[in-house]
Ligand binder design. Structure first.
Ligand code: S3P
Length: 169
């Protein structure tokens, strides 16, 4: 395919799960930005945030966004904070079409509350909800297509995205 497919959305919305299946079905290469950053730095996301700080992680994210903009035929799962730096979205949308994987807050909490590798998850749910709402308008701002994931299977979602991609040519 002559463009990349970029999946954005809040942590736990299913970007990686959907992206992996989509890449298989479309015979494209799957790239998970968090995985690449962990590999490049040789630390987990949690270690990067606690030992090097969030701004170090955001720099890594920015450099990787720039690199991705020169590649093709990728399905990219971004980290939930990709939209915090406008330049990331400029780079990624240069060669990519952006899909917002939209999931409701309660489903996200259910999915990620037991996981350990999400340093920005807060068990103070009021605080975590504020973060969720502060991101929503950014995902909407940068997306070309919204995909509502609630109560749909991965297969349904992948089919829905493939249909949208076909229409785009
Ligand atoms: C982040 C989301 C995480 C990861 C990092 C920061 C965020 O990615 O990049 O912990 O700022 O929302 P996922 O969306 O894959 O959890």
């Amino acid at each position: 395919m002559k463009f990349n497919v970029i999946l954005i959305g809040f942590m736990g919305s299913g970007k990686s799960t959907i992206g992996k299946q989509l890449a298989k079905d479309l015979d494209m290469t799957f790239l998970d930005m968090d995985t690449i950053i962990q590999r490049n730095v040789d630390m987990t996301i949690h270690e990067i945030f606690t030992q090097k700080g969030e701004s170090f992680f955001r720099n890594e994210e920015r450099e990787l966004s720039e690199k991705i903009s020169s590649l093709k035929n990728l399905i990219v799962a971004t980290g939930g904070g990709i939209v915090l730096q406008p330049e990331n979205m400029e780079w990624l949308s240069k060669t990519g079409v952006i899909f917002y994987i939209k999931c409701d807050f309660d489903t996200i909490v259910q999915r990620i509350k037991a996981q350990k590798n999400r340093p920005l998850f807060s068990s103070n749910l009021e605080q975590f909800k504020d973060l969720f709402h502060s991101r929503e308008h950014l995902y909407k701002k940068y997306t070309n297509q919204i995909v509502d994931v609630n109560k749909k299977s991965v297969k349904t979602l992948v089919d829905e995205i493939m249909q949208k991609i076909k229409i785009m040519g």
